[in-house]
Write a protein that binds this ligand. Structure first.
Ligand code: NDP
Length: 256
């Protein structure tokens, strides 16, 4: 039924060539949306676009470093052209990390993480607002992290950016409700992607993740993308301002 379909809708997913963003592109396209995505690597982007075209998905893409203000402006100009000024869905997925103790972050590392994980999302929301409003029914989803809900040894700057994203979802949900734009945040726990490959391939680290996770394993990217897609469906039309953990029970697990 139409409640469980994205047919006729348009979506922008940042960072769609690998990991969670890749899974979100496929999930939204499978539900019928026309999707535009971006990454910094043109070769990999073109490879993905070919694969999606072969699968029959309606996906376009452009090279964009989401941490660059002028490149974000260019991206939204492109999106506006491709989708005739109307965007139903914005998925703020791009994010990265540098793991270290708080006392060791340089000013450059702090700025890079803030620019990539927080400022990029904030500015893309500003740029996309007129397009989301024009669509008549807009949905923004931030890819946050459980690191924005509880302490993880993944670093305090990362945690601060993800916590800020969760609050941004609450603010925009209230501010833009009048424009029929819903805003939610999805907070995954460890998910098998290129971002954390080096951690999960370390047996001791993986054993630690497994022992703290009630479901006893990290997530697959498509177990996160399904929640992201759900939040964009007409079926989720009364859900806004929420942060939803996709974490195998990690954040509700007390002392083992
Ligand atoms: P990956 O590093 O596996 O994939 C990131 C994707 O984004 C790639 O397509 C990459 O392409 C693109 N990308 C990265 N930086 C930029 C940039 N500056 N501009 C444009 N594109 C960019 O990451 P994940 O899929 O693991 O992470 C996605 C999101 O999920 C992040 O926000 C992360 O914080 C969050 N998350 C991940 C978890 C995990 O365990 N994996 C857990 C919790 C949250 P390219 O490098 O070519 O630009």
């Amino acid at each position: 039924s139409a409640r469980w379909s994205l047919a006729g809708m348009t979506a922008l997913v940042t960072g769609g060539t690998r990991g969670i963003g890749f899974a979100v592109v496929e999930e939204l396209a499978e539900l019928g949306a026309a999707v535009h995505t971006c990454s910094r690597n043109e070769v990999e982007l073109n490879q993905r676009l070919q694969e999606w075209s072969a699968k029959g998905f309606n996906v376009t893409g452009s090279v964009c470093d989401a941490s660059s203000r002028p490149q974000r402006q260019q991206l939204l100009e492109k999106v506006s052209t491709v989708f005739n000024g109307k965007l139903n869905i914005l998925i703020n997925n791009v994010g990265t990390n540098i793991r270290k103790p708080t006392t060791e972050y340089t000013a450059e590392e702090y700025s890079m993480l803030m620019a990539t994980n927080l400022e990029s999302c904030y500015h893309l929301c500003q740029l996309a607002h007129p397009l989301l409003k024009a669509s008549g029914a807009g949905s923004i989803v931030f890819i946050s992290s459980v690191a924005g809900l509880v302490h993880l040894f993944s670093g305090s700057v990362y945690g601060a950016t993800k916590g800020a994203i969760n609050q941004l979802a609450r603010n925009l949900a209230c501010e833009w409700a009048k424009d029929n734009i819903r805003v939610n945040s999805v907070a995954p726990w460890y998910t098998k992607t290129s971002l954390v490959e080096h951690l999960l391939s370390d047996k001791q680290f993986m054993d630690g993740v497994v022992s703290r996770t009630p479901l006893g394993r990290p997530a697959e990217a498509n177990e996160v993308s399904s929640m992201v897609a759900f939040l964009c469906l007409p079926a989720a039309s009364y859900i806004t301002g929420q942060t939803i953990a996709v974490d195998g029970g990690f954040t509700v697990n007390g002392f083992p």
